[in-house]
Design a protein around this ligand. Structure first.
Ligand code: TXA
Ligand code: MG
Length: 339
């Protein structure tokens, strides 16, 4: 059990958080996508403690964060042209490029892969922390493994209080879904995970030369994280494509939560304990993870989710919604079947 310090995002708070990182500690900090859970990416021991604090499977590699593009040799052994072009276009921002790994980065961080995910976050508090710390910072999302990512410091506390050293608090998340992960080690860039940089923007930047990994064994090999269950609250998540015709599981007295871009039709309304109708797909992306957590806090047994339109940031949001609604054991079963 650790005593978790809650720091404000003043100069002194950021300075303290940087010291904790430099001393090998674990610090949660805000980024423009979701909260990250940072350590010095060169330290095996800190990486082991981080995987333990999160309950993360050791075969799922971490993204390494830097304040400035020009510091890339701290993280990468080389910078492929496609990665340099993408960083030039989208950094700082919600983009991660997968590139050959530098020897200084702990093999625990990259789960034994010879590549590393590199990201330059745009959030001013994250940038200042990275500058002050002066070390490459490996950071997965700041949630217990399998749970919805945290977009507020209270959600970080809910999952990780007593398991990490500090939380740098600033609830000014902009995007609400994680970075787009692009593998830049092959002939053409391949999207491994959808995210805050949209497919249209990527296509434009790469003049159409960009692939998307499907759910094939090849993706599982390139991006081990996709195999594991993700983003799931305690309540069951059900996607409701057409509310009028979808049969809502459970009996009518069960407490339900609903979120979407359109209001819940009256015929579907039952024992609704939490209701959110977002004004735009951007708001929906920003608020989705916290809504799932609020649904648990409100005692909902079922969360009805209207699927996001598959364009713009909705592309990434829809992916997260599908994973949140995936049968609880199916991904684990697939994994066992492959072993
Ligand atoms: O927006 C984000 O990306 C947030 C913030 C904190 O930066 N971080 C985040 O980390 O979402 P995490 O650990 O929850 O997700 C990292 C994803 C996983 O799907 C992992 O498999 C993939 O990135 N990844 C990391 N390194 C990789 C590598 N070398 N090759 C392939 N995939 C990698
Ligand atoms: Mg995550």
């Amino acid at each position: 059990m650790r005593k978790t310090e809650y720091l404000d995002s003043s100069v002194m708070g950021i300075q303290r958080a940087a010291e904790v990182l430099q001393a090998g500690g674990i610090v949660a900090f805000p980024t423009e996508t979701v909260y990250g859970l940072g350590i010095d990416a060169r330290l095996d021991r800190a990486a082991e403690e981080l995987f333990q604090a999160k309950g993360r499977p050791p075969d799922n590699p971490l993204i390494v964060h830097l304040a400035r593009i020009e510091d890339w040799p701290m993280v990468a052994a080389e910078m492929p042209l496609s990665a340099a072009q993408l960083l030039h276009r989208f950094a700082p921002g919600p983009l991660t490029v997968v590139v050959p790994k530098a020897p200084a980065i702990s093999a625990r961080v990259t789960a034994g892969l010879d590549t590393v995910g590199l990201r330059i976050p745009a959030h001013p508090v994250a940038r200042e922390l990275l500058l002050q710390a002066g070390v490459p910072v490996a950071a997965p999302s700041a949630n217990r493994s399998g749970r919805p990512s945290a977009t507020t410091w209270k959600s970080v506390r809910e999952d990780l209080d007593g398991r990490i050293d500090a939380v740098l608090c600033a609830d000014t998340i902009q995007v609400g879904v994680e970075s787009t992960v692009v593998d830049c080690t092959g002939q053409i860039p391949i999207v491994l995970r959808s995210g805050g940089v949209t497919m249209d923007a990527l296509r434009q930047a790469c003049q159409g030369e960009v692939g998307v990994a499907d759910q094939s064994p090849e993706l599982a090999r390139r991006s081990p994280g996709v195999r594991h269950p993700h983003y799931q609250p305690r309540a069951e998540v059900v996607l409701v494509d057409c509310l009028a015709t979808t049969a809502i599981p459970g009996d009518a007295t069960q407490p339900i939560a609903y979120c979407g871009l359109t209001p819940l039709p009256e015929q579907a309304a039952r024992n609704v304990v939490l209701y959110r109708h977002f004004a735009s797909v951007e708001d929906y992306a920003r608020g989705f993870y916290e809504f799932l957590r609020e649904a648990d806090r409100a005692g909902a047994r079922i969360v009805l989710v209207e699927p996001a339109p598959a364009s713009g940031v909705g592309w990434a949001l829809l992916d997260r919604q599908r994973r949140a609604a995936a049968p609880r054991d199916s991904m684990r079963q697939q994994k066992t079947a492959k072993q």
